[in-house]
Design a protein around this ligand. Sequence first.
Ligand SMILES: O=C(O)CCC(=O)C(=O)O
Length: 252
Amino acid sequence: MLQETDIKFYRANGYLLVKGLLTKAEAASYREESHSLIARLGATANLDATWGSAKGISDKQTVIQHCHNVQFYCAAFTVMMTDDRFTKAASQLIGSENVQLHHNKMFIKPPEKGSPFPMHQDYPYFPHERHTMMAAIFHFDDAPLEKGCVRVMPGSHLQGPLDHSPEGGWHLPIDKYPLEAAVACPAEAGDVLFFNYLTIHGSGVNVSSEARTTLLIQMRDPEDKPTVKTHESRGQGMMLRGIDPCAVYTGL
Ligand SMILES: O=C(O)CCC(=O)C(=O)O
């Protein structure tokens, strides 16, 4: 349960780092599930999700392994996404009793060469009417600065949607929005970083000797509708908390 000061901080700054939402033991167990899932899937597919525009940040060959919608591969993540400690906080920040999944993605930034993300808003990927969409990044291991922790621009969500370049992943001009100008959000295993989809964010290269393992859950108030039919995926619309007041039975 968040305090009123946490919610005020989120409204003003567009992000909130919640310390110790998971215990260290839970985080370690999800880390193990994440790495074994990536090892299983990596045998059959190229899991690198490095943005083309990441080359504008690092001239080094970098890699980031990913898996979308992990609940279809491992039941432990369904339990995590519907955990009351998490969905209560999400509901308080979204400002709705009802919290609906949009999608999720696991990222493993490997040691020494984990890919960066140029600064961007998530809005251009899946624009919605009321901007309730938010991400929660679960940290399954420690993410200090040298591991390429997430960086945010506090208060940037108040500017509304900005023009992005679609080349190599929707991103803001790299020279105008350098990563170094943003506030680093170093985190420990078990911490969860929440941020609105209008909050400008990115992350640096993992130059450390250990992997950075995270799961990003993107979610919304089910009454906030997309303005463009895009970025649809398996599992979209699953209720994480409460009910979907707009649901129409389709029989599917
Ligand atoms: O995990 C990170 O370092 C950032 C991910 C991100 O910005 C995104 O997926 O939009």
